[in-house]
Design a protein. Structure first.
Length: 552
């Protein structure tokens, strides 16, 4: 909803002319003899009375300076708030014998303004939320009686006015700072105040150069003052000590309890709920009692029993799966005739998840965020799962690759922090120089192996020994490596390989000579022995054949 405020209109005044006519004649005021009765509420106009000895009867209608217009334009509800230009609700300047009754007056600089007038009766009116409720200036012999005068900056003001009676009124909650008060007196004397309820005005009375009467004697007493701290030891309903305003003004017989005055009905309180869908309704409590319910984006009028009430919504927070509607002013203190507006704000849930799930320990930022606020998410760049496996941040599902990201929240949202696995590959050997140990992304190929071999042997020249490379032993992982010194692995998990070698083979240059010489010597000796052996065998066979011939 868009609201346009502060628009001031051209002068709009309704006159009751000295000849008795109403100007303009279209104004909702019906004349019957000397009685002028409102037939409808009047907004944005003031009333100027130019005729004496008449009765202006509000008949319970409202006279307001404020005009509120609402229209729906292109699907948007727009509200205009206009201020009528007259500063005065009812202007009784220079009048005699005028009665103003049963009128609700609100929003003016001066609710009722009386200047240079006498024999004016102001009775049974609701005068609320004005700068000045009732103002008398240079006036005398007027009566202000049985009015409800609340929530103005100043309740009743008397400037250089004398011999007026202010009785049986409830003057309450009028405050605003210095010179704002329940009763403001400037150079006014011999006015009588009695049987009024003065409740929580701040201050109750501000009096300069004024001396007045504040009671009508005992036992009728004076006024009820909400800040009176005296006691009533004899139980007669009258305080035992005066209520002191200043050295020239005191209520000698302050009343201990508020009087049940004959006051006009209190104006209702309008409760409005904004920002909540019409499918929801919330219970409304007034002074802790359930008064009814108000639908989202709607309003309702409630009657009240007190001039000041506490209005509270029973559901300050309404939660759906991913959205919360939350009101931040679940309790408001308002005055009769005022409105209580409860504005609900959307709160959205931002869920930060991680892929794979093991990375969820490294992300931050999940939670409820007010619509339009900034969500700040953070992801740990490296998460150590074990000494052989870890997760490295690669980016967000939003497209950002920065570990820290912020954005304006306008709806429920799931944001994914993406990680990839990295595994440790270790190559170990007791001999030679290994290479390829380190961290590899899952799915990468790792080229690892052993350097420093010659013809499949590792020669340890300082120890005069060599070792034959026999292959790889798998310490960690599920691979089956070839028996070559250098190999390429596809990394799907942690891997640890240990190079295996045969038993030592010792050697020196002299050892090689001693081995070769005996062999060289032995070979011809053996050959000669074999040849001699064969000769002897042939000789033996010839002798055997010769002996056989002799015997024949």
């Amino acid at each position: 909803m868009t609201q346009v405020t502060g628009v001031k209109l051209e002068p709009r005044i309704i006159y009751i002319r000295s000849d008795g006519s109403v100007d303009p004649p279209t104004a909702p005021i019906l004349r019957s003899g000397n009685t002028y009765t409102l037939t409808d509420d009047i907004a944005g106009f003031g009333i100027v009375v130019e005729k004496d000895n008449i009765v202006l009867d509000g008949a319970g209608h409202i006279l307001s300076r404020i005009i509120i217009l609402s229209r729906t334009i292109s699907g948007e509800n727009i509200t205009w708030i206009f201020f009528g230009s007259p500063d005065v609700g009812v202007d009784l300047t220079g009048r005699v014998g005028v009665t103003v009754k049963n009128l609700k007056i609100t929003g003016f600089k001066y609710g009722i303004f009386i200047e240079g007038s006498s024999n004016i009766l102001i009775i049974g009116n609701n005068i609320t939320s004005n700068d000045n409720g009732v103002t008398l200036k240079n006036s005398e012999k007027n009566i202000i009686k049985e009015n409800l005068i609340i929530n103005n900056l100043v309740g009743i003001t008397l400037y250089e006015s004398f011999n007026n009676i202010i009785a049986d009124n409830e003057v309450a909650y009028n405050k605003g700072g210095i010179y704002y008060c329940g009763i403001l007196l400037e150079g006014s004397r011999n006015n009588t105040f009695y049987h009024n309820n003065f409740i929580d005005n701040w201050p109750q009375v501000h009096s300069d150069y004024s001396t007045n009467f504040w009671d009508i004697g005992y036992p009728l007493g004076g006024n009820y003052w909400s800040d009176y701290t005296g006691v009533d030891n004899n139980g007669d309903g009258v305080g035992d000590t005066p209520y002191v305003i200043n050295e020239h003004n005191l209520d000698r017989y302050p009343l201990m309890k508020p009087l049940p005055l004959r006051l006009p009905p209190l104006p209702p309180v309008t409760v409005k709920v904004e920002g909540l869908p019409p499918s929801f309704s919330v219970p409304v409590y007034i002074n802790e009692k359930l008064a009814g319910s108000v639908q989202g984006e709607g309003s309702r009028v409630f009657d009240v029993d007190d001039a000041r009430v506490i209005v509270k919504v029973g559901q300050p927070e309404i939660k759906t799966n991913s959205t919360i509607y939350r009101v931040y002013n679940e309790s408001l203190t308002v005055y009769a005739g005022d409105g209580a507006v409860f504005r609900y704000y959307k709160v959205f849930y931002v869920s930060v998840v991680a892929t794979p799930p093991q990375a969820s320990v490294g992300v931050q930022g999940s939670g409820w965020y007010l619509e339009g606020s900034t969500a700040r998410l953070a992801a740990k760049e490296l998460i150590e799962v074990s000494d052989q496996a870890r997760l490295r941040f690669t980016g967000w599902s939003t497209g950002s690759s920065s570990p820290e990201v912020s954005f304006t929240v306008t709806s429920p949202l799931v944001v994914e922090a993406r990680y990839e696995w990295e595994y440790r590959v270790e190559v170990r050997s007791d001999f030679g120089v290994v290479f390829g140990s380190g961290w590899y992304r899952r799915g990468d190929e790792a080229r690892v192996g052993l350097e420093g071999l010659k013809d499949g042997y590792y020669y340890a020249s300082d120890e005069k020994v060599r070792y034959r490379f026999q292959g790889w032993r798998v310490l960690r992982g599920s691979i089956q490596p070839p028996s070559t010194p250098i190999l390429t692995l596809k990394v799907d998990g942690p891997v640890a390989l240990q190079a295996e070698f045969g038993p030592p083979e010792y050697y020196t240059e002299s050892n090689w000579f001693l081995l070769v010489v005996p062999v060289l010597v032995a070979v011809p000796i053996v050959a000669l022995w074999v040849r001699n052996r064969r000769r002897l065998e042939r000789k033996r066979r010839l002798l055997e054949e010769f002996d056989e011939l002799l015997e024949e």
